[in-house]
Structures are given as structure tokens and as C-alpha cells.
Design a protein around this ligand. Structure first.
Ligand code: TMP
Length: 214
């Protein structure tokens, strides 16, 4: 089973990952926890380039190709082998992020992203996606307070430095994807307190696991 977590900056998805691993283990699953960009040695270097605010002038197509390069290597080295071993792969961001960040917010268009993925990645899609949704200004304020408290390095702040309208477009893009594929997406209200957010995420995952045909 391939599960992804998505959401705008500051949505809190990364904090919740360990609790989701615990739910999976309670259900007897062996879990591979990974992320994009940066799920491989190669990808960690690509991530540093992509998130560095020094690269604010990066061409949107160059940005897209770097995310896809990270993904191609990640799918080959980590995701497909883990799925082949029968593990559950829990991935912090995947292709939906490219559709909304590069396709919608950078205006490269959804069709280009889909075509490119079909060419280089085939048809690997998540079985379940938890979308952590909250107003863009709330998410951005949380993300910046993480930087201020030193919990994250400002060398990873290129996207947080984008204007509010960019993040609003990302949020709307994600919600539109969730409306298109209501079976796959579970939308979590990430504007609630951390315990409530974690409970919603655990419950959504538990329901999905229990509704699976054995
Ligand atoms: P993270 O902070 O969740 O690790 O994500 C890194 C940043 O990269 C985040 O701002 C979203 C962005 N991103 C894209 O723009 N396109 C993508 O395909 C992916 C996976 C992430």
C-alpha cells in the first residue's frame, strides 16, 4: 500500500508521521517512511538546491525537472522495492505536490506534469492521500515560527518566501484534486489543535486500512 501526506507549508503533516507509523504497525504492517524531495542520497542534494532561497530565480521548468529527477530516483531506489517487499510506504509528499506547486501555482499546467510523469514514471499512484488543509496565512505563520525557533534551517525557506497568493493557489489546487478523487483523498482539518489533527489523521488511516479487502 502506498500512502502519501500532502498540504501547504506549516500544515503539520511531518510532525504526525510517527503516530501514523504506530497505527500501521498496530495493524501488523512493516512500514517504509520516506519523503520528497530528499528520500535518497541523490535526492538530499537535489532538495538542498530546490529549497535554498539563494535559488529564487530558478526557472519553473528547471524546478519541475529537478522535482521529477528526485522522484524518478526515489521511486526506483526506495518506493518500488519497498512495495515489492509487501511493505506500506508512507511518503511525505509525492506527485500531487508537483501538480499543485509547479502545475497550478507556477502555472506550468496539470497536463505537462501528467505527461512528464507518464513518460518517465509510468502509473505509480498513491492508494491513499491524507491532505492536511488549513488557511495559507495560518500555515505560513506556523512555518515561519518554526524557522524563528530554529526547528528548521532558513536555508530551506525558498517556498515559504513566496507571496501569500502563491500559497493560496497551492491550497486551492490541493482541494480541487481532493474533489476530483474523493476515494483517494482524506481531507484533515489542520487548523485544529495538534491533538485533534493527529486524531483525525489516525482515524482516517485506520478507516482506510480497515476498509481494505484482505
Ligand atoms: P517539505 O517542506 O514538505 O519537505 O517540502 C519541500 C517543499 O517542496 C515544499 O515547499 C513543497 C515543495 N514541493 C514542490 O514544489 N513540488 C514537489 O513536487 C514536491 C514534492 C515538493
Amino acid at each position: 500500500m502506498f500512502i502519501t501526506l500532502e498540504g501547504i507549508e506549516g500544515a503539520g503533516k511531518t510532525t504526525i508521521l510517527p503516530q501514523l507509523v504506530a497505527v500501521l504497525e498496530d495493524h501488523g504492517a512493516t512500514c517504509t517512511l520516506t519523503r520528497e524531495p530528499g528520500g535518497t542520497d541523490f535526492g538530499r542534494q537535489v532538495r538542498a538546491i530546490l529549497l535554498d532561497p539563494e535559488h529564487r530565480g530558478l526557472d519553473p521548468h528547471a524546478e519541475l525537472l529537478l522535482y521529477v529527477a528526485d522522484r524518478v530516483q526515489h521511486v526506483r531506489e526506495v518506493i518500488r522495492p519497498a512495495l515489492a517487499r509487501g511493505e506500506v510506504v508512507l511518503c511525505d509528499r509525492y506527485m500531487d505536490a508537483t501538480i499543485v506547486y509547479q502545475g497550478v501555482a507556477r502555472k506550468l499546467g496539470r497536463e505537462l506534469i501528467l505527461k512528464l510523469h507518464a513518460l518517465v514514471l509510468g502509473d505509480l499512484r498513491p492508494d491513499l492521500t491524507l491532505l492536511f488543509d488549513l488557511p495559507a496565512e495560518v500555515g505560513l505563520a506556523r512555518a515561519w515560527s518554526d524557522f524563528d525557533r530554529g526547528e528548521r534551517s532558513r536555508r530551506e525557506s525558498r517556498f515559504e518566501q513566496e507571496h501569500l497568493a502563491f500559497h493560496e493557489a497551492v491550497r486551492e489546487g490541493y482541494l480541487a484534486l481532493a474533489r476530483r478523487e474523493p476515494q483517494r483523498f482524506h481531507v484533515i482539518d489542520a487548523n485544529a489543535d495538534p491533538q485533534t489533527v493527529a486524531r483525525q489523521a489516525r482515524n482516517a488511516l485506520t478507516r482506510a486500512l480497515e476498509s481494505q479487502v484482505p
